[in-house]
Design a protein around this ligand. Structure first.
Ligand code: 13P
Ligand code: 13P
Ligand code: MG
Ligand code: MG
Ligand code: MG
Length: 364
């Protein structure tokens, strides 16, 4: 009775610029996934979009990293890219870095969050999708969901959560992983995940029974491609209730618009604004960065939903705060801490400028 939830996403062309998704790409993806459901490969699916990123939310019985599922996603993105090219959408095929599919979409451009688990009698799952930011954007909210009792009351008052959670953290430059048992190892863990550009939380597990609670995409496009190809625009799956935080505890960290890297040209800090899927269309300075969340109840693998979780007035203040922070950061223009430090920008004219000014630098 195990089910696998796979969320695979890619930017295969923006409408207009990098701001949103053209409906023709959604139609194309719906058609492909409907056929895969009919053939029995998928139990169920839902196609969505966050900004210019196409989101394939799929359930099936084949486990994570299953080649036919990854191939289905890749083929869907390729078919969508053909449509995007026909419409001259912006950056058609942007995130498809490999020329051809080679068994798994990991390391090929698309972002992947997957988890396999035994479906509970009632199994609420939340799929988070972000645009104009990178994989590390989930670090702080995940810390708050699974390790901060001021966010998650259940860590204190629910016997099923009181043992805490185990965090799997990846060093994305050295390709290494480590686990931290929280709350005991909180301070050690924070030393690492406080640098979300280098260390990302890949997964979280319940310490009560070892089951998976959260899974994120941690692919870094610039590290894969060796050059700027847009931001990673990550996704995350979180299971809620019972041994996990309640739905409202999972959502509560997004009340504050955490400042994350991304935004214009992938080279600026900006606030992560929680929005409905309809409002996940970053326009101001290609932003500010967005996060949307779709909630589902699983029923024998069927995706009952979605509910658009941030389409709620209780997130109005978060959006207002995000706009205020956006104003303050935008005032800085090309100055840090709005613009990223030199070594973290996705591209730069520095080498050309240095070359041009060669010989004009006098010794002090
Ligand atoms: P209900 O009584 O509405 O089911 O709420 C239970 C709960 O845990 C809310 O966080
Ligand atoms: P995307 O990664 O969403 O395509 O953003 C690219 C960009 O440069 C936005 O200014
Ligand atoms: Mg784009
Ligand atoms: Mg994007
Ligand atoms: Mg991107």
């Amino acid at each position: 009775n195990t089910i696998t939830l796979s969320v695979i996403k890619a930017d295969i062309g923006g409408f207009v610029g990098h701001s949103a998704m053209h409906p023709a790409l959604m139609d194309c993806a719906n058609e492909k996934l409907a056929a895969a459901k009919k053939s029995g490969l998928l139990v169920d699916y839902h196609v969505s979009a966050c900004g210019d990123d196409l989101q394939l939310i799929m359930t099936h019985r084949h486990g994570v990293d299953h080649e036919p599922i990854h191939r289905l996603a890749w083929d869907t993105f390729e078919a969508g890219t053909a449509v995007a090219k026909d419409l001259h959408l912006y950056g058609a095929g942007q995130d498809l870095l490999a020329d051809a599919f080679s068994g798994n979409v990991r390391g090929q451009g698309p972002g992947v969050a997957e988890m396999e688990f035994v479906e509970r009698k009632s199994d609420p799952v939340l799929v988070f999708m972000a645009d104009k930011t990178s994989a590390g954007a989930w670090n702080l909210p995940l810390y708050k969901m699974f390790a901060d009792p001021f966010t998650t009351a259940g860590l204190v008052i629910a016997p099923t959560l009181h043992q805490g959670f185990r965090f799997e953290v990846h060093d994305i430059y050295k390709h290494k992983k480590i686990t931290f048992d929280c709350p005991e190892e909180l301070y050690d863990m924070l030393m690492f995940i406080g640098s979300p550009g280098k260390y990302t939380v890949k997964a979280v597990y319940s310490r009560a029974d070892g089951t998976i609670a959260a899974s994120t995409s941690t692919e870094r496009l610039s590290l894969i491609a060796g050059k700027y190809v847009g931001k990673d625009d990550p996704v995350m799956i979180v299971r809620a209730q019972q041994n996990f935080p309640a739905v409202g505890e999972v959502l509560d960290p997004f009340r504050y618009p955490w400042i994350i890297e991304g935004w214009m040209r992938g080279s600026h800090y900006g606030p992560l604004m929680p929005v409905s899927v309809k409002q996940a269309t970053p326009t101001r300075f290609d932003g500010p960065p967005r996060v949307a969340c779709l909630g589902f109840q699983l029923a024998g693998g069927r995706l009952i939903g979605p509910r658009d979780m941030f389409d709620d007035p209780s997130y109005d203040e978060a959006r207002r705060d995000a706009n205020r922070i956006a104003d303050v950061l935008r005032m800085h223009g090309p100055f840090e801490p709005h613009r990223l430090p030199l070594e973290d920008m996705e591209y730069t004219t520095m080498p050309q400028i240095m070359k041009k000014l060669e010989g004009r630098w006098a010794q002090l």
